[in-house]
Design a protein around this ligand. Structure first.
Ligand code: NAD
Ligand code: DAU
Length: 351
């Protein structure tokens, strides 16, 4: 099978390609613009595989994208390329509209035209898999879960741009018959996550002796999933997911932000004690809240578990230890990432 993966130099896309190379005989063409968030080092050994090709390309570039489809002749597309950080979307929404909405539209048009020229068998087996987020559903109160039927209510520019892309993908299926599947996932964590996101940012700041900036009261809740469990769910949804269907993916692992940060500090105290012997938790500092900060996300992932047989392998405790060890052992990757961003506060310009 030949697969186009967009955003394959990013956090989740690289985990998908590493898994494809390890567990299948598929051939991959990675389309990635290599923004500040993309790094080919994140592919690890898969970067050198003869089954992995790469084009540095913006998904808004229709001609370039058409060329890759024409030359590579994919059986499926896994679309992960996106601007992905909520705080950056508050400061500067333009790139989010461009990549997440216009880029997805461009890719859909290229895929539709390519798909339209396949023979009947190729048409039937083709799949456009759109990788999306639970943030499209907005915010939960203390009770309840996001299901595949939850009403869309995006609150940040990032979430709105992803909601827009989900609607486009759905429409290309309903109107043109393009075979699609959409997955909406909760917060991922694990190796190779860009250190602007909560968990890797806190690890970097802790070991650098900086304050650990917890937004608001630290009582917002996220549902954490280890990235390799997400990658496994994505490969399953691509292969076994029903055309036109949506699947929610989540970790069943709700934590308040302050719980996450305190857990990180305790584990770091064991794995890499601070020089003065003081717990990293002494560095915790409550700061001004994120504008429009969603209170709680929690996923009901019954559908993907029952219909496709997906079972996550990691618990939060096992995954977080692996993650901390990875960041402690991969200083060079972190150094390269921090060339573009030094940990300053982002996303306050909405208040
Ligand atoms: P990321 O920011 O780590 O990586 C995004 C990748 O896309 C980068 O390699 C970047 O270079 C590339 N890219 C950005 N703009 C591009 C463009 N115009 N053309 C081509 N490539 C471009 O993101 P991630 O965390 O790996 O997220 C991947 C996808 O999964 C996104 O669609 C995101 O919305 C979704 N998602 C993420 C999470 C999460 O917790 N990180 C959870 C659910 C869904
Ligand atoms: O739910 C899925 C989404 O999860 C994905 O679609 C996004 O791409 C991904 O970035 C993530 O969005 P969040 O906004 O939830 O992730 P972030 O790591 O930015 O923040 C997690 C929580 O931690 C959130 O409640 C804000 C808080 N936070 C974040 C940072 C960066 C802090 O308290 N301090 C911080 O410095």
């Amino acid at each position: 099978m030949r697969i186009i993966v967009t955003g394959g130099a990013g956090f989740i896309g690289s985990a998908v390609i590493r898994k494809i190379v390890k567990d299948t005989d598929w051939i991959v063409h990675n389309i990635d613009k290599l923004t500040y968030a993309g790094n080919l080092l994140s592919l690890g050994e898969a970067q050198d595989s003869e089954r992995v090709f790469f084009s540095r390309l913006d998904i808004c570039d229709k001609t370039g994208t058409e060329r890759v489809f024409r030359d590579f002749r994919p059986h499926a597309v896994m679309h992960l390329a996106a601007e992905s950080h909520v705080d950056r979307s508050i400061d500067d929404p333009g790139e989010f509209i461009s990549t997440n909405i216009v880029g997805t539209y461009t890719l859909l048009e290229v895929a539709r035209s390519y798909w339209g020229e396949l023979d009947a068998k190729g048409k039937k087996s083709f799949k456009f898999h759109h990788i999306s987020t639970d943030e499209v559903f907005g915010s939960l109160g203390h009770q309840g879960y996001f299901t595949e039927e939850t009403r869309y209510q995006p609150n940040s520019p990032y979430a709105a741009s992803k909601a827009g892309s989900d609607h486009l993908v759905r429409a290309w299926n309903k109107t043109y018959g393009l075979p699609i599947v959409i997955t909406n996932c909760s917060n991922n964590y694990g190796p190779y996550q860009y250190p602007e996101k909560l968990i890797p940012l806190m690890i970097q700041k802790a070991i650098s002796g900086d304050a650990l900036p917890v937004y608001g009261a630290g009582d917002n809740v996220r549902d954490w999933l280890y990235v390799e469990d997400h990658a496994a769910a994505l490969l399953l949804a691509l292969q076994k997911g029903k055309t036109g269907e949506v699947y929610n993916i989540g970790g069943n692992s709700e934590k308040t932000n302050i719980e996450v940060v305190k857990t990180l500090c305790l584990e770091l105290d064991k794995l890499s004690p601070s020089k003065g012997g003081v717990s990293y938790s002494a560095q915790i500092s409550y700061v001004e809240d994120r504008p429009g900060h969603d209170k709680r996300y929690a996923i009901d992932c019954t559908k993907i578990k029952h219909e496709l047989g997906w079972i996550p392998k990691e618990t939060f405790n096992s995954g977080i230890v692996k993650t901390i060890k990875w960041y402690l052992d991969n200083e060079e990757w972190c150094r390269q990432a921090m060339v573009n961003y030094q940990g300053q506060r982002l996303g306050t310009s909405g208040s």
